[in-house]
Design a protein around this ligand. Structure first.
Ligand code: KG4
Ligand code: ZN
Length: 337
């Protein structure tokens, strides 16, 4: 008999609930985004995000249950993103999950948001099992993570300043392309020449860490200097060249990490994993090294609750449960799981 997990995600601007069977089969995945209310501010406004979560969370959960064709009696456990994320936003999901777990008398499982992103790979690749090495790149985090077994994580590299998604968002803003920046830069870059402008890449010797502040400054300087000279900025070329440099570092470090761990399986996760150039570069470099690449489809790369329900299934197997005193946490290391 299948074990059904209800997952709840509210760490940023997506309110999401999903029902997943055995950590792998999605029966429903409802995502309500408050993005349109943040766009005019050029980024997510925490206060607005919390308010929108509170407005829609009940109906999102109801719809997830209906879409899956299940009743509370069918649900075996409730998983929720406990952190990291916007504290007010997280609290809405955690409160809802605690209430349901109490009323339905089901176990409550705290999930790390990045563990969720990594678990999105289990959904679309039923054959994927740990150990593997994963590049987790989102709006708030850029990590290279080794997954030695289900629900356990070791960080091999991390950003020393901006997250990769944050760099995409900042450059898009400087180019007047709106928020979020990743998808629009991805599209614009297809029309440009990735070798038109040479932006600097940061590689640290003997380290798998990242830094994106140098390239961000280089792009901003390029834009200011070109405009000051009265020159024309070719937006597509800037997008393609910026994206090329970021993707190059991300993919190089991921392949280097796999060489270190000896894993033959590598995975991509997080919003930036939806990037088409990153997917191509990783595939190309991995093929040369005989590595197998796993990556969720774009809709499972960005925030959703199916990935949280999947992660909760494996966390529950490890006996990771919480009581009704569970609290949301804005900062939480994957290595503390
Ligand atoms: O994982 P996610 O949905 O939320 C966080 O946990 O942060 O990631 C959102 C980030 C944003 O910075 C967005 O610009 C970026 O992912 N993103 C992309 C693409 N789609 C979303 N970045 C590059 N290329 C994309 N196609
Ligand atoms: Zn995320």
């Amino acid at each position: 008999m299948s074990l059904l997990t209800l997952g709840i995600e509210s760490s940023c601007d997506e309110t999401s609930a999903a029902v997943v069977a055995d950590g792998r089969v999605v029966l429903s995945d409802v995502i309500a985004s408050s993005l349109e209310f943040h766009k005019q501010y050029g980024g997510v406004v925490p206060e607005i995000a919390s308010r929108k979560h509170a407005e829609v969370i009940d109906s999102v959960i109801d719809k997830a249950m209906k879409d899956a064709g299940v009743t509370p009696a069918d649900i075996d456990c409730v998983g929720v993103t406990r952190g990291p994320g916007l504290i007010g936003a997280l609290l809405v999901g955690v409160s809802a999950a605690k209430t349901l777990a109490y009323v339905w008398d089901r176990p409550l499982v705290p999930v790390h948001h990045l563990e969720g992103h990594i678990s999105a790979n289990y959904i679309e690749s039923p054959e994927l099992e740990p150990p593997f090495t994963c590049l987790v790149v989102s709006g708030g985090h850029s990590h290279i993570v080794r997954v030695p077994e289900y629900g356990k994580f070791r960080i091999l590299g991390r950003t020393r300043d901006d997250a990769a998604g944050e760099a995409f968002d900042k450059i898009a803003r400087a180019l007047g392309l709106g928020y979020p920046g990743g998808p629009v830069i991805d599209r614009e870059a297809k029309l440009g020449d990735p070798h038109a402008i040479r932006f600097p890449e940061t590689h640290f010797p003997d380290s798998l860490d990242f830094s994106f502040s140098g390239i961000k400054t280089a792009v901003l300087n390029y834009l200011n200097n070109t405009r000051a000279r009265g020159g024309e900025v070719n937006i597509s070329d800037v997008c393609a060249s910026f994206q090329f440099a970021v993707v190059d570092v991300l993919s190089e470090n991921l392949i280097a990490a796999a060489e270190q761990t000896g894993d033959k399986k590598i995975a991509l996760a997080g919003g930036v994993a939806a990037n088409s150039a990153l997917r191509e570069a990783v595939e190309r470099k991995a093929n040369k090294k005989g590595l197998k690449v796993y990556r969720p489809s774009p809709i499972l790369c960005t925030d959703n609750a199916a990935m949280i329900a999947s992660a909760a299934f494996y966390a529950a197997k490890n006996g990771r449960y919480a009581g009704s005193d569970l609290n949301a946490v804005a900062n939480w290391s994957l290595e503390d799981l």
